[in-house]
Design a protein around this ligand. Structure first.
Ligand SMILES: Nc1nc2c(c(=O)[nH]1)N[C@H]1C(S)=C(S)[C@@H](COP(=O)(O)O)O[C@H]1N2
Ligand SMILES: [Mo]
Length: 348
């Protein structure tokens, strides 16, 4: 693995010099490193840890080695990602190495082990891809992904990413605010929530076959309209300067940095504007443990583990890199007002 990164300018540090920081760690095989822990009865475990990189960044953070997967994206998709520019949101943390981002995944459609999506999604074809738009909007119907994305300049954003299983990463995504895609569709006043679905195709997604049936496919997620339209809410089509690897949710996936990772639905094929709060996959699977809002909150524990801290990948037995979890994953200044007056213990 080799990551090239141009020099960053740090605005307000003790040393006003250009800082180049890159902590590199190598991954000694992520497959089998951890079992899924969102489902009861399965052990949790992983690697975890990080560092930090800051500043207005002058160029996109690019992975410069072999891609993590075999399947190739559409040419237009490749060109769009290559034309991305540095964006407006940069987490003040060291970016997690590419091999962790692309080999330590949750994507149950490709298996429940952390290394399964990397192994099983290698050849997942995402071209052509269309997204069905339905519900309370002026423009509905089936759209080629290219037509939804074409009008927009893609940008890079480096976000903290916190899984409900208490590990976290810092990921350089490339994409577009969800609002930029939703607004032109003309949601009406009846559109109070957005509901999204992942592809359901057991022939292409081995995790949907057989009897791993705790989950009722397709994977469904949703946001309240004001959450969906918030500037931080992002649709990612790439990561580390390259098109989105299948295991990370190619060709497009949601990223909601102040919520637990499971809200960030992958490989989206359907967007529906709805009036009532949609039922989401993890709520349907276990409503006692997973709620609709799922805002990162160190004060509200998961019934089976604490949420007060997290293991920032890469983390090892000897260097667990455990850090305090921040309310709203550190994005409280931006999003806390969305939840004014709500009891976040009850509406978790
Ligand atoms: N369709 C789908 N989307 C999904 C999941 C999944 O299993 N299926 N897992 C979620 C969970 S629990 C997490 S933590 C993130 C993981 O994203 P990453 O693998 O890119 O880090 O994807 C989320 N989106
Ligand atoms: Mo997660």
């Amino acid at each position: 693995m080799l990551i090239k990164r141009p020099a960053d300018i740090r605005p307000s540090e003790i040393t006003p010099e250009t800082v180049w920081r890159s902590r590199r760690r190598f991954l000694a095989g992520t497959a089998g490193m951890a079992a899924a822990s969102m489902l009861p009865g399965l052990a949790s475990g992983d690697a975890g840890a990080s560092g930090s990189e800051e500043g207005p960044v002058r160029a996109i953070l690019r992975h410069a080695g072999k891609p993590s997967h075999r399947s190739r994206p559409a040419a237009w998709h490749q060109a769009k990602v290559e034309g991305a520019v540095p964006g407006s949101w940069y987490a003040d943390d060291e970016v997690t190495p590419y091999d962790y981002v692309t080999q330590y995944n949750n994507f149950y459609e490709f298996g429940t082990g952390k290394g399964d999506p990397y192994s099983n999604a290698q050849d997942f074809q995402t071209d052509p891809w269309s997204v069905e738009v339905a519900g309370h909007a002026e423009k509905t119907g089936k759209f080629a992904l290219e037509d939804l994305i074409k009008p927009h300049q893609l940008e890079e954003r480096i976000y903290r990413f916190r899984c409900v299983e208490a590990w976290s990463m810092v990921v350089p995504w490339i994409g577009v605010p969800l609002a930029s895609i939703l607004k032109p569709l003309g949601p009406t006043s009846k559109a109070r929530y957005v509901r999204m679905e992942t592809l359901h195709d057991p022939r292409r997604m081995p995790g949907q076959r057989g009897f791993f049936s705790s989950i009722d496919w397709p994977y469904v997620e949703g946001l309240r309209m004001d959450e969906a339209m918030h500037d931080l809410t992002f649709v990612a089509l790439g990561v580390y300067g390259e098109t989105m690897p299948p295991q990370n949710g190619a060709p497009l996936r949601l990223v909601v940095p102040w919520k637990y990772g499971f809200k960030s639905i992958k490989s989206i094929v359907r967007i529906e504007f709805v009036e009532r709060q949609p039922k989401t996959t993890w709520e349907l699977t276990n409503a006692r443990e997973y709620g609709f809002y799922s805002n990162v909150n160190p004060e509200v524990d998961h019934p089976r583990w604490s949420q007060a801290s997290e293991r920032r990948l890469p983390s090892t037995l000897f260097e667990p890199n455990r850090i305090d979890t921040l309310k709203f994953n550190g994005y409280g200044d931006q999003v806390a007002s969305l939840y004014a007056g709500m009891d976040l213990r009850r509406q978790f």
